[in-house]
Structures are given as structure tokens and as C-alpha cells.
Write a protein that binds this ligand. Structure first.
Ligand code: SME
Length: 151
């Protein structure tokens, strides 16, 4: 399933559209195609500030359009530079709830020229659904995204 999606991702990332249009298409594709992806969005560093700003996303609108570095799962990934898989969001102290239906979350950092410039964030209404396959797939998505952000 995730393997089949890779070619669709590459078709989007190599198209002639604007950056945000490509990111939006990726969010829509992932949310529609993967049953346990209920909210899919990109956060990016907000200029030189120590905070993340919400970019394109698919799913319910969130109040958390700005997240300070260190806060929540997203803010922690901004400083750790590492994937963060949360099987049960209620077990996390440093967590920012976006919706009461969310049970789990995965955040994978996005590197451009070795710098952590943002992340892909996925919320799931299913408990503990994320495996290493999701991590490898989302790393691939971010590598593809990095190519057109770099260009
Ligand atoms: N849950 C995230 C906040 C972003 S929402 O999931 C869209 C966090 O703890 O950082």
C-alpha cells in the first residue's frame, strides 16, 4: 500500500505546480489513501523564530497554527531532529491536543541540505497504528519534498 503511494508522491513532487499546491496534494493524497491517517499536515520553521508555523494540511482545522520549539510533539521534533512516534497521545505529558478523537501521532522531520526546516505531522484516530513502514515511507515523502523546496 505505502509502496504504491511512492510513485504517486513522486508524480506530485516532480509536477510543475507551486510549492504549496504540491504540499496540499500530498496531504490530500495521504489522508485519502491511508486508513489510519486522519489528519496530515506540514509545519515549517517560522522565519528565524524559534517556532513552527502550520503550512498546507488535510483534515479538521486546528487552532495550533503556531507551535513554539519544545512544545508538544511537533515542537520536540523541531529540536530533537528525530522521528517521534506516539502510540498513545494520552500517555504524553508534553502533548498539544488538536481533537479529542486523536489517539496517536507520528511526526517526521524534514531536512533541506541537512537542516531541519519543518516536519510532516500525522494524527490518527486509531490507537497504536504506526510502524517502521510509516516511518520509512514518511522519510521518503520528506526527501521528495526537500528536492523541490531546495530547487
Ligand atoms: N499534537 C501536536 C500538535 C499539532 S496537531 O496534532 C495538528 C503536538 O503535540 O505537537
Amino acid at each position: 500500500m505505502l509502496e504504491l503511494l511512492r510513485s504517486k508522491i513522486t508524480a506530485i513532487t516532480t509536477s510543475a505546480k507551486e510549492t504549496d499546491a504540491k504540499l496540499q496534494e500530498i496531504c490530500d493524497l495521504l489522508k485519502e489513501s491511508v486508513a489510519h491517517y486522519d489528519w496530515v499536515g506540514f509545519y515549517f520553521r517560522n522565519g528565524t523564530k524559534e517556532e513552527l508555523k502550520l503550512g498546507p494540511y488535510a483534515g479538521a482545522p486546528t487552532d495550533h497554527t503556531i507551535i513554539p520549539f519544545g512544545k508538544g510533539i511537533c515542537g520536540q521534533v523541531a529540536v530533537s531532529n528525530k522521528n517521534f512516534v506516539v502510540p498513545d497521545v494520552q500517555a504524553q505529558d508534553n502533548y498539544i491536543a488538536c481533537s479529542i478523537t486523536v489517539k496517536s501521532e507520528i511526526v517526521v522531520p524534514l531536512f533541506v541540505k541537512g537542516k531541519n526546516i519543518g516536519q510532516i505531522d500525522i494524527d490518527s484516530n486509531t490507537p497504536d497504528p504506526f510502524t517502521e513502514k510509516d516511518e520509512r515511507f514518511l522519510e521518503f515523502v520528506n526527501e521528495e519534498v526537500a528536492k523541490f523546496i531546495e530547487a
